[in-house]
Design a protein around this ligand. Structure first.
Ligand code: 5AD
Ligand code: SF4
Length: 493
C-alpha cells in the first residue's frame, strides 16, 4: 500500500498496514467496553498526525468510556464527533479543515451531534477555531482531555466550550488507554509528553507544551498488562525519548532532572527500556523518536544487550548541512550526527536507521541541499519521512527567517531526496534477500488471505505464507524476494 502523505510529502511504501507517525484520518473503534455503564451516547473519533496523537485518542477513548460513552465507527450514528488534529505542516491543517466542513454539513442535517476538535490545532488556534469553524462546539488541547466529559456537558446545553490549558505535570499516567483498532499484537505506550527543544521550524513545543516524563512504574505496568493480554510488541513513544527522566524522589520531581543524570533514584531512558525489556523475553520493545543530540551510548549498549529490544532507530537528521542545522536550532552539526551514526554502527551493527528530512528550509543553497544528499549516501536510511519546508506561524523560523525558497525549488529538492531514498531502500532490501529474520506476525495480508505479514527487528515488513502461524507468534522467515517497499519470504521453522 502506498503511504501517500500530504501532496508534497512522501513517506515510504510499506505493506500491508502502515503504522507510522504519518498515519492520518484513521477512524478508531473501541475493541471492547469492559462492562462500563453506558449513557446511551456514542462517540466517533478520527485521528491525524503522529503516533502520539493516535496514542492520545486511546486515552480519550478511555476517558469517554468511563463517562459512559459507547464508540462507533460510523460518524452518522455519533452523538459526539471528535477530530484529533495535527498542526505540523500547513497541509495537515488544511486536510482537517476540509474534513470538518464535511462533518459539519452532515451535522447540520442531523441536529444534536456535538463536534469537538482536539490536539495540536485546538491548542494553536484556541478560541479562534470557534470563530473560523462555526460548526465546532468543543476545543480541547492535548492536556485537557480529562475535562472532556464536562466540556461535552457544557456543549450539549448549546454553549461553546474551550479548554486549552497546557500543563507541566499532566501525563495521563494512570489512565489505561483503550486500544483502538488494535491488531492485538503491537501497541503504543506514551512515556512522556511535550517537547523542550525549540527546533526553529517546529510548532510542537507550542502545541504540546513543556516536556514531562511519565511515572516509570505506570509505564512498566501498562506494558505488563499488554503482555498479559497477548500483545507481543510495545513502542515507547515521546517527542524526544532520550531525554526521558523520572524520579519518585520528592526533591527531584517536577524538575527536569537533567542535572540529576547520575542520581541513583533517577530512571533515564536506557534504564526504562531495560525495565520494559525485562518483562518477558518475547515482548519486543521499540521506541520513537530519538533526538541526535541526546541519544547516548548508554541507550545503544542497552539495545545491544537485549535481544527483544528491536534493532531500529528513528534518528531525524532534518538536514545534512551544519549551517542549516544551526539555523534550525537542532543543537548538533553534521559531524556530530555522523559520529552518532558511527556509534550506532559500532555498538548495534545490525540496527536499521530511519530519518526525517526537510527540503528547502529558509535560505538553503543548492550546495547545502547537496550536503543532505551526500549524508543520505553515507547513512543509507532504511526508511525516511521527507517533507518540503512549511512555515508555521509563531515558530522561531517564522519570526526570524524569510521562507525564501520558491515552492518549485522545494519540490524539486524534495523529489531528489525521495528518489535517492528509494534507490537506497531498494538496495537495502536487495541486500536482505537470502537472509533469515525473526518476524513477529502481525496480521493477515490485505492482498492475499493465504498470506501473513509481520516485521523483523529492523522494522521491515515481510510477507509470507500463512502455514499454521497466527498473529502474535514469532516465525523464522527467509527472504526470497523484494520490492523497494516490502520483503517477501518463506517460513523456515
Ligand atoms: N515543515 C516541514 N516539515 C516539518 N517537520 C516539522 N515541522 C515542519 C515544518 N514546519 C517535520 C520534521 C519532523 C517531522 C515530525 O515533521 O522533519 O521531524
Ligand atoms: Fe519539534 Fe524539534 Fe521537538 Fe521534534 S525535537 S517535536 S522537531 S521541537
Amino acid at each position: 500500500m502506498e503511504n501517500t502523505l500530504y501532496n508534497n510529502e512522501v513517506a515510504f511504501e510499506i505493506e500491508p498496514k502502515v503504522v507510522d507517525e504519518t498515519r492520518q484520518g484513521e477512524t478508531l473503534t473501541l475493541e471492547k467496553k469492559n462492562g462500563l455503564r453506558s449513557n446511551g451516547k456514542k462517540f466517533y473519533i478520527e485521528s491525524y498526525g503522529c503516533q502520539m496523537n493516535f496514542a492520545d485518542s486511546e486515552v480519550v477513548a478511555s476517558i469517554l468510556a468511563n463517562a459512559g460513552f459507547d464508540s462507533t465507527s460510523e460518524f452518522l450514528e455519533a452523538d459526539l464527533i471528535l477530530i484529533n488534529t495535527c498542526s505540523i505542516r500547513d497541509n495537515a491543517e488544511q486536510r482537517v479543515r476540509y474534513r470538518l466542513q464535511h462533518l459539519g454539513a452532515v451535522k447540520k442535517k442531523k441536529r444534536g451531534a456535538v463536534i469537538g476538535v482536539l490536539g495540536c490545532m485546538a491548542e494553536r488556534l484556541k478560541e479562534k477555531f470557534l470563530e473560523e469553524e462555526k460548526l465546532v462546539d468543543i476545543v480541547a488541547g492535548p492536556d485537557a482531555y480529562r475535562a472532556l466529559p464536562s466540556l461535552i456537558e457544557e456543549a450539549e446545553t448549546g454553549q461553546k466550550s474551550v479548554n486549552v490549558l497546557l500543563s507541566r505535570e499532566e501525563t495521563y499516567a494512570e489512565i489505561s488507554p483503550v486500544r483502538l483498532n488494535s491488531n492485538g499484537v503491537s501497541a503504543f505506550i506514551s512515556i512522556m509528553r511535550g517537547c523542550d527543544n525549540m527546533c526553529a521550524f517546529c510548532v510542537v513545543p507550542f502545541t504540546r507544551g513543556r516536556e514531562r516524563s511519565r511515572d516509570a512504574e505506570s509505564i512498566v505496568n501498562e506494558a505488563r498488562e499488554l503482555y498479559k493480554n497477548g500483545y507481543r510488541e510495545v513502542t515507547l513513544l515521546g517527542q524526544n525519548v532520550d531525554s526521558y527522566r523520572f524520579s519518585k524522589d520528592e526533591k527531584l520531581v517536577g524538575k527536569k532532572l537533567v542535572d540529576a543524570k547520575y542520581d541513583e533514584s533517577v530512571i533515564n531512558f536506557a534504564r526504562l527500556m531495560e525495565m520494559v525489556a525485562q518483562i518477558a523475553t518475547d515482548l519486543r520493545v521499540r521506541f520513537s523518536t530519538s533526538h541526535p543530540k541526546d541519544m547516548t551510548d548508554d541507550v545503544l549498549h542497552t539495545m545491544a544487550k537485549y535481544h527483544n529490544i528491536c534493532k531500529y532507530i528513528h534518528l531525524p537528521v532534518q538536514s545534512g548541512n551544519s549551517r542549516i542545522l544551526g539555523m534550525m536550532n537542532r543543537t548538533y552539526n553534521r559531524e556530530w550526527y555522523q559520529q552518532r551514526i558511527a556509534a550506532i554502527k559500532t555498538i548495534v551493527p545490525e540496527a536499521a536507521i530511519s530519518t526525517d528530512i526537510i527540503a528547502g528550509f529558509c535560505s538553503e543553497t543548492e550546495e547545502e541541499h547537496q550536503d543532505t544528499l551526500s549524508l543520505m549516501e553515507e547513512v543509507k536510511y532504511s526508511m525516511a519521512y521527507m517533507f518540503a519546508y512549511s512555515e508555521r506561524p509563531g515558530t522561531v523560523a517564522a519570526k526570524k527567517f524569510a521562507d525564501d525558497i520558491p515552492e518549485e525549488t522545494k519540490k524539486r529538492r524534495l523529489q531528489e531526496i525521495v528518489d535517492l531514498h528509494r534507490k537506497h531502500s531498494w538496495e537495502l532490501n536487495l541486500a536482505d534477500v537470502g537472509k533469515t529474520f525473526e518476524v513477529l506476525v502481525e496480521g493477515v495480508s490485505l492482498r492475499n488471505e493465504a498470506e501473513l505479514y509481520g516485521r523483523n527487528s529492523q522494522n521491515k515488513v515481510i510477507v509470507f505464507q500463512k502455514k499454521n502461524l497466527a498473529p502474535g507468534m514469532y516465525a523464522s522467515v527467509k527472504v526470497t524476494d523484494c520490492t523497494s517497499g516490502t520483503l517477501r519470504g518463506e517460513v523456515i521453522e
